[in-house]
Design a protein. Structure first.
Length: 193
DNA sequence: TAAACGATGCCCT
DNA sequence: GGGCATCGTTTAC
């Protein structure tokens, strides 16, 4: 079942852990979310900290929309915009467990272990074919990318909490969430608390 | 117009 | 587990 706007129109720290176990679908490829990070305009690690700019306008738009930005000049990273329009909050999708279209993912990603097909924010956008052109598109079922609730046949994951990765500002905030015991999370593993 | 800076990934030890 | 390539966007003159 596709997630609705009301799911995203909540505090970003509630939405982020709830996204663990949900499914990202783009074309023939899809994956289970196993790692996310929350970002909010009130803290300096967030792109929206500087306010509304051409780059962050999507972040300040309505919830349930994809915020796709370029990272380190090369990679694309995908977020789901949260909270009320105008707030400036989003959840960064950091890692997936590949579900459908694994052959196509291998084709796009090259020769890597299957655990590494989507084990990072730049990797998963490459594997699913998500580019900057999808910035601002809806995630609610009426756009190219869809976010579905956890499949009924999958057990509810145990969610671990930790600090965000690759940032220098507000690095101490425990705003990273990942599925316990998943081999598909990005590099620095999270210990059980 | 120019310089600095990453919400990273890859290859090497 | 750690260091470095890489280049668009942002911010400062």
């Amino acid at each position: 079942m596709t997630l609705e706007a009301a799911f995203f129109d909540r505090p970003v720290l509630e939405v982020a852990p709830d996204l663990i176990g949900c499914v990202v679908v783009h074309g023939p490829t899809s994956g289970i979310i196993v790692e996310v990070e929350a970002y909010h305009h009130s803290e300096p690690a967030c792109h929206g900290y500087v306010g509304v700019t051409p780059r962050t306008s999507t972040l300040y738009g309505p919830p349930g929309v994809a915020y796709v930005y370029r990272s380190y000049g090369i990679h694309a990273c995908m977020n789901a915009v949260c909270e009320r329009e105008g707030v400036g909050a989003a959840v960064l999708i950091r890692a997936l467990e590949p579900l459908d279209g694994v052959g196509l993912m291998r084709e796009r990603r090259g020769a890597v272990r299957d655990e590494d097909l989507c084990s990072g924010p730049g990797k998963l956008t490459q594997a699913l074919g998500i580019g900057l052109d999808l910035n601002g598109t809806s995630l609610l079922g009426d756009g190219p990318i869809r976010l579905d609730a956890r499949p009924a046949d999958r057990p509810a994951p145990t969610v671990l909490t930790g600090t965000r990765i690759g940032i220098t500002k507000a690095a101490e905030l425990p705003w990273r969430f990942c599925a316990a015991d998943s081999p598909h999370v990005s590099r620095p593993r999270l210990r059980a608390a």
